[in-house]
Write a protein that binds this ligand. Structure first.
Ligand code: HEC
Ligand code: HEC
Length: 340
């Protein structure tokens, strides 16, 4: 998929970077102001939790075991927050998971199944891992560990947490997780809805949730993608059986289809050449169909701005370099609407 000389240069570079961990640490280069998608990471995909107003009452201590529809599992609030023994409401919806996915390794390798869910379906503030090629997963972990892949917004907490995990995990752990997630299929669980208006939302747990009571109402979608749980209560307890709705601007799916399938003249290049005819992936190139459009916009933005620049990223350069934010939204609306 890329020339061996290029890979050799890239891995020599990665090795050099690896020996200088202090240099790659906390000084992200400024994002290019002349990039067609702008210099500012859009806050509606690089989600940061809405601050809780000072003096707001804390949630009452409550140890009543919780349940979700169709599961006999019962979990307390403390159990729901255990990063080394994540909630698994539906052990029947995935094969037995390896140690790193089910429990991680203390103190720094949090269980992959916590954020990405035990069945790898993932959430908008992270990503779906199930059904990705194993070689691709291993490469992404290596890129993050080498400082070649990070989020354009270092203040968004989940990607920062992911980076810390990739730096602490071993290649053997990466492979175990990769083989697991590659061994079964992603299933559609995002419903893409075109709409001129959306409910006013706040961000909690990394995702948009409608405001209820004071401040509730609707507002124009204004070019954004707003991804929100189908059922807020079930998402709050990390139910891997309850998916998301992605609200997208009117007309974006058709506009995205034209860009994805034809390249839109010289705007981009048709994606199917590498990502497979139905965007279901090809070899080590990841599938795009049916996956979170918020995640997709973040990746297109990161690739355009060079914060994602692993050895395989140059293959994406011609596809992303001229895209505006509106193009990215349209593309992501279309790819998310496809059958995985
Ligand atoms: C604290 C939450 C969290 C945990 C735990 C976590 N991840 Fe992630 N992961 C993320 C986030 C957030 C992203 C998306 C980053 C972004 O938007 O750029 C991500 C992205 C990824 C990706 C990139 C997917 C793609 O399509 O390119 C891989 C691979 C990955 N994680 C693997 C793992 C593995 C393996 C583990 C366990 C060792 C793990 N993650 C544990 C939060 C987490
Ligand atoms: C020449 C081959 C090629 C073409 C054409 C191409 N891609 Fe990619 N794409 C890749 C490769 C290789 C990667 C993995 C990059 C990496 O490892 O950083 C990738 C990664 C991505 C990712 C990140 C996926 C993830 O799980 O994180 C997205 C999103 C993406 N491509 C979208 C597109 C879209 C949309 C188009 C068309 C407009 C497109 N690509 C065209 C090869 C290609």
């Amino acid at each position: 998929m890329t020339s061996s000389s290029h890979l050799a240069v890239a891995s020599a570079f990665a090795a050099a970077v690896l020996t200088l961990p202090s240099l790659i640490a906390q000084t992200p280069p400024p994002l290019r102001a002349d990039a067609p998608a702008g210099a500012v990471p859009p806050p509606w995909v690089y989600t940061i939790n809405t601050p809780v107003p000072p003096g707001a009452p804390a949630a009452p201590a409550d140890d009543t075991p919780r349940s979700v529809p169709g599961s006999t599992v019962r979990l307390t609030r403390a159990q729901l927050g255990d990063l080394f023994n994540p909630p698994d409401w539906r052990p029947e919806n995935h094969p037995p998971a390896p140690e790193v996915v089910a429990h991680g390794r203390k103190p720094d390798v949090r269980a992959c199944g916590y954020c990405h869910y035990p069945n790898g379906q993932g959430r908008p503030e992270n990503s779906s891992l199930v059904g990705l090629p194993a070689a691709y997963i291993v490469q992404q972990m290596a890129d993050m560990r080498a400082g070649l892949r990070r989020s354009a917004d270092p203040n968004m907490r989940p990607p920062a947490a992911m980076l810390a995990i990739a730096k602490a995990s071993t290649v053997e752990e990466d492979r175990a997780a990769a083989d697991y997630f590659a061994s079964f299929a992603y299933r559609k669980w995002i419903r893409v809805v075109e709409t001129p208006t959306v409910a006013k939302m706040k961000i909690a747990g990394g995702v948009f949730v409608p405001i209820v009571g004071d401040g509730a109402g609707t507002e124009p979608i204004a070019g954004r993608i707003i991804e929100t749980p189908e059922d807020v209560a079930r998402a709050e307890v990390r139910d891997s059986g309850s998916g998301f709705i992605a609200y997208v601007p009117p007309g974006s799916i058709r506009r995205g289809e034209a860009l994805v399938t034809t390249g839109g003249g010289t705007r981009t290049i048709a994606c199917g050449v590498c990502h497979g005819a139905d965007l279901k992936g090809l070899g080590a190139v990841p599938p795009l169909a049916g996956r979170s459009p918020s995640y997709t916009v973040r990746q297109l933005f990161d690739l355009q701005h060079g914060t994602r620049r692993g050895p395989w990223a140059p293959l994406m350069r011609a596809a992303v370099q001229k895209l505006t934010l509106d193009d990215m939204v349209a593309i992501a609306a279309y790819t998310a609407s496809r059958e995985p």
